[in-house]
Design a binder for this molecule. Structure first.
Ligand SMILES: Nc1ncnc2c1ncn2[C@@H]1O[C@H](COP(=O)(O)OP(=O)(O)OP(=O)(O)O)[C@@H](O)[C@H]1O
Length: 271
């Protein structure tokens, strides 16, 4: 039986070992494993935005989620880093390992398509406010035809935000929930969310408080542990499992063989 498809989201936070991810992806790919990589780039985007004199601003939403305020200039910086520097770095690392990787942003071939949020509610000094200039939205439709075409022809897709709105505008989107949509719509066997932590920690940042397993029907309860950006990952995991993905693993991307480890269940397994 052919091994199922694995969707791997590699984060963009500090400390991630992209060379180790590429080595491991290449080894698995050469054994016949079908893979799609999705990546982030938040830490580098923050650095470049500072350097360009357009420092990042984060909005705090009612309910505790935060997001990057994305005006046109931020979107362009975001594209430079995600679709430029980070995407090409990962493609290069895979090419060096002998894998014919193809990097695409969500705009290319409308790989990540969705609804742009016309109005975004956020809190400022405890007061509820609304912004209408924010270029953000969530992925609803994945171009599975294009991804299957690439996989079928032997290319490893390396995908990154931004996404495209139904009206054809580029928009910032969360990489974790985009990866979850890829996993659901491509009917993946597993979704691996690799970042700079060993998994979901009950008592962040204490790494010895790793939660080994979360039953699928309890995913939402674990929102209580997740802080800040980890909340998006937990939401992505909940979407994926509800959408039929066999398992989601939160794993560490700072180590050797990060994909193999997560597949073996090292980290937090949601199923
Ligand atoms: N309970 C928790 N367990 C583990 N990490 C947590 C927890 N709560 C918050 N975090 C934070 O979540 C971060 C990982 O999410 P983040 O979105 O920053 O990373 P990423 O996916 O690598 O980046 P990107 O958004 O660029 O893809 C960790 O670095 C940690 O600081």
């Amino acid at each position: 039986m052919e091994d199922g498809l694995i969707v791997v989201k590699v984060g963009g936070s500090e400390g991630i070992d992209y060379a180790a991810v590429a080595r491991d992806a290449a080894a698995l790919w050469k054994q016949g494993r079908r893979l799609i990589l999705v990546h982030g780039g938040s830490a580098e985007t923050n650095r470049i935005a500072e350097a360009l004199g357009h420092p990042p601003v984060f909005l705090e939403h009612p309910g505790g989620l935060t997001s990057r305020l994305t005006d046109r200039k931020t979107l362009e910086i975001f594209e430079m880093v995600y679709a430029g520097k980070m995407n090409k770095l990962i493609v290069e690392l895979l090419q060096r390992e002998g894998v014919n990787a193809v990097g695409l942003s969500g705009l290319d071939g409308r790989v990540f398509e969705g609804r742009r949020k016309k109005a975004v509610k956020y809190l400022e000094n405890g007061k509820l406010k609304v912004r209408r200039d924010n270029l953000t939205g969530s992925v609803e439709k994945v171009n599975t035809g294009l991804l299957n075409l690439l996989l079928g022809a032997g290319y490893l897709p390396v995908l990154t935000p931004p996404a495209i709105s139904y009206e054809g505008e580029a928009m910032n989107t969360d990489g974790d929930t985009a990866a979850a949509q890829v996993a659901v719509q491509m009917k993946a066997e597993a979704l691996l969310l690799l970042s700079n932590v060993p998994g979901l920690l009950a008592n962040f940042p204490d790494e010895s408080s790793l939660i080994a397993e979360i039953p699928a029907d309890r995913v939402e309860d674990s929102m209580a542990f997740a802080q800040g950006r980890m909340k998006k990952k937990v939401l992505g995991a909940a979407d994926a499992v509800k959408g039929g993905v066999g398992r989601v693993v939160f794993g560490d991307a700072r180590v050797e063989a990060p994909i193999t480890r997560a597949l073996a269940g090292v980290g937090t397994v949601v199923r």
